[in-house]
Design a protein around this ligand. Structure first.
Ligand SMILES: [Fe+2]
Length: 447
């Protein structure tokens, strides 16, 4: 592992890894010549119609892209819209289809685009039926097909919050035309009980310039933490089934997502033989004091990771899987896997036998690269990366933490992460991007 601190986004690894189509950012010279970079994309598509920031104030969202399909969500005040879709072909965009007369229900249109080509850029726009007014232009990149590899550059964050509500670090990520972006939870801090109140909380976040630009620039893969429903909620104690249904509905409307094998949030998304994203739901099935996830979810996660042939197996988990006894003792341990030792041991011991696992988390309001356990304990060889917070209250204790072998890097600044996953060298570069576009810290991990 190598690390460095503070350089500027023009030198970001993602750019030096070949993302030369970025808008308004000059790429640094490539220092990697493995021939595995993504093919360049044409300059941004310029569709007809006038951008209408009232009718389409909340932008466009794409979720859970696979090698041949994508889920789209558009919120609008219009009763009916059309969708125009273009695909990259060499240096230009060509029209590949349109959806017309899409009826808007409760302010939403959600559609599935299918029969897409793998590892290909698409752009799309929602328009009024007369073509006069339109939404922001959305972009997505389909996943690699089976058995395909190349370097993949993706982003991640958690905890948008209200301490720095412009989320400026996300605006920098939006310039990179990433392959995809991961949301680790607390994307909204809802103060709601009804569906309309949850929708209003989501609309406020989605209409923020940086979030709107990020959602227009790439697809999302999301899980939730507690604040998409309520602070530290427990079903049947602080939240009833009607409120949970309202929160879940608003979450899935805002960030389109596939249902997992149980119909719930936990699911997996493949990017060829390079990355498998295994999404956990560490909140919705929690039953204290012993269960942080259902046995069904735990068994599924272990089996999925063990059977995956991807070089990088990303385990998305809103709360930390690490044992933080050396750093935080048992403080708030019941809000992370440490407080559920039996299930944690089963998962960590299973992961020990799987190559290429990296755990991505949010929740604790500091950025960090650390091991799942101190030296000599199960999980000591597995990396966990805490991403964000993009805007919520910083946990300044992270700056005071004494250096320990388990914790090579901690950061108490608003940030998001950009990752470069190189399947040939099996390296994962992690850049923490600050509100001014600088790389606050960088780590190179080998899996
Ligand atoms: Fe949070």
């Amino acid at each position: 592992m190598r690390s460095s601190r503070r350089r500027f986004i023009t030198g970001i690894t993602a750019l030096s890894a070949g993302l030369t189509a970025c808008r308004g950012v000059s790429p640094a010279p490539s220092n990697t010549t493995l021939g595995l970079d993504r093919a360049p994309e044409p300059p941004p598509w310029e569709p007809d119609g006038m951008l209408d920031l009232e009718a389409f104030a909340w932008g466009v969202q794409v979720g859970d892209v696979t090698s041949d399909s994508a889920l789209l969500s558009v919120q609008t005040t219009e009763p009916t819209i059309d969708l125009a879709i273009v695909r990259q072909r060499d240096e230009t965009w060509v029209e590949v289809g349109a959806r017309t007369g899409l009826e808007v229900t409760d302010g939403f249109v959600q559609v599935t685009l299918d029969q897409l080509d793998p590892d290909t850029a698409y752009q799309f726009v929602a328009r009024t039926p007369d073509g006069a007014r339109r939404s922001h232009t959305g972009r997505l990149r389909t996943a690699l097909g089976p058995d395909r590899i190349r370097r993949i550059v993706f982003g991640a964050t958690s905890c948008l919050g209200d301490e720095a509500p412009d989320f400026e670090n996300l605006a920098w990520a939006a310039k990179l035309d990433l392959d995809f972006f991961l949301l680790l939870g607390d994307t909204v801090y809802a103060h709601a009980t009804t569906l309309e109140e949850y929708r209003a909380d989501w609309r406020q976040v989605l209409a923020t310039d940086s979030v709107r630009d990020l959602c227009a620039s790439t697809s999302l893969i999301a899980t939730w933490d507690d604040h998409e429903v309520a602070n530290n909620w427990i079903l049947g104690e602080t939240v009833g089934p009607d409120q949970l249904l309202a929160a879940t509905t608003a979450f899935r409307e805002a960030i389109p997502q596939r249902q997992g094998p149980s119909g719930g949030l936990w699911r997996s998304i493949r990017w060829g033989d390079v990355i498998e994203v295994v999404v956990l739901d560490s909140r919705g099935e929690r039953i204290p004091p012993d269960q942080i996830v259902s046995e069904e979810q735990l068994d599924w996660a272990i089996e999925t990771l063990q059977q995956s042939t991807a070089t990088f197996k990303l385990l998305l988990c809103s709360v930390h899987l690490a044992d933080h006894t050396e750093l935080w003792g048992a403080v708030e341990a019941d809000d992370r896997w440490q407080g559920f030792p039996e299930q944690r041991s089963r998962l960590v011991e299973a992961l020990e036998g799987v190559e290429g696992v990296v755990v991505l988390t949010g929740d604790m309001h500091y950025g960090s690269v650390h091991h799942l356990a101190p030296p000599g304990q199960p999980g000591a060889g597995i990396w966990e990366i805490a991403v964000g917070p993009s805007g919520s209250t910083l946990n300044l204790l992270a700056e005071l933490a004494l250096a320990r072998e388990q914790y090579p890097m901690m950061l108490a600044e608003h940030s998001c992460c950009v990752f470069t996953a190189d399947p040939l060298s099996r390296t994962l570069v992690v850049d923490f991007i600050g509100d001014d576009g600088s790389v606050l810290a960088s780590q190179i991990l080998t899996v």
